[in-house]
Design a binder for this molecule. Sequence first.
Ligand SMILES: Cc1cc2ncn([C@H]3O[C@H](COP(=O)(O)O)[C@@H](O)[C@H]3O)c2cc1C
Ligand SMILES: O=C(O)c1cccnc1
Length: 356
Amino acid sequence: MSFPSGWINPPRQPEARFFEQAAQRQSVLTKPAGSLGRLEDVAIRLAGLQGTDKPALDHIQISVFVGDHGICEEGISAYPQAVTAQMIANFANGGAAISVLAKSLGAGLEVVNLGTISDVEPGLPGVVDARIAPCTRNFAATNAMTTEQVCTALNHGDAAAQRAADKGCQLFIGGEMGIGNTTSATAIACALMSKNPMKLAGPGTGLNMAGVRRKAEVIISALQRHDDDQDPMAVLEAFGGFEIAALAGAVAGCAARSIPVLIDGYIVSVAALIAVSQQPGIRPWLMFAHRSAEPGHQAILTAMNAEPLLDLEMRLGEGSGAAAAVPLLRVACELHNNMASFADSGVSNKEGSHDG
Ligand SMILES: Cc1cc2ncn([C@H]3O[C@H](COP(=O)(O)O)[C@@H](O)[C@H]3O)c2cc1C
Ligand SMILES: O=C(O)c1cccnc1
């Protein structure tokens, strides 16, 4: 199997003229310059990325990538691994946070099952069967994934980006579910950024202080085996997981298809960091929704020079933080598209004229 082209080739860059036009429009709307603060930036970003003078968010696609983690053998999560498969049914049955959010936003939702330890009932609506193996291998002992598995997962992510493109997606949100994946994500982040796991490891689903320490120690010893290779492929192979690799493939696939991506919390940000490490040209296509309560998130945001919109102390994942930011993005578009200009409204601008 070959790598998706978005993984190998740099994406097209968004065109400067749409950003410039949108910034120009913001400057003539009936408000003091800059007074809508970051809502102005959001509208300009979306207009620029969508290549339009009227940014819109009528077609939002959410793909939740799911996979189990061998590292759970080390006791690094507060929850049992069986929850991963159980949550697939919960996503499909509408009971998960992201299911409720997607419904309320009118967004498309699909769940990409990359492999779980426990069985998942076949034929659940909205679940894509992309099973690679029941679980990654325990990265405390060996590489989490083979090269082939990483490549397959990247392609599953790219396929999700293609499905989104086929539906005319204006904004893509990737989510994840996989008990143990904050450990995998932390190991990846530490490897890519040469950070100390004692600084980045956090409670995830709710470890106590001793649990967080133990989690950091597991990562420290795995990093020693890994021998400092910061190549994104090597890091994915070493630390997994299937859903994180697929997310990196989806982010790259969206950038390759000129689809803006709204990045969720800790785990999705790590997947974005992998994709950006592989292809720096992906970064302009990403917007960052929220700062997770997971303590390591800020370091990852800083590495990508990202200032997220929200800080609600959320720490769920599933794409929920990104979904929670969508109403704000929509408000930014409404204001941008529908406010009157000084010239149209007869309101005087700073210079006392109406033709601004
Ligand atoms: C019921 C439940 C629903 C979730 N939805 C997302 N996560 C989040 O928690 C997990 C990561 O935390 P850790 O590394 O500590 O296991 C991931 O599945 C993530 O998506 C959930 C966790 C649970 C328990
Ligand atoms: O911010 C996240 O993505 C997150 C944090 C804790 C657990 N699961 C996900």
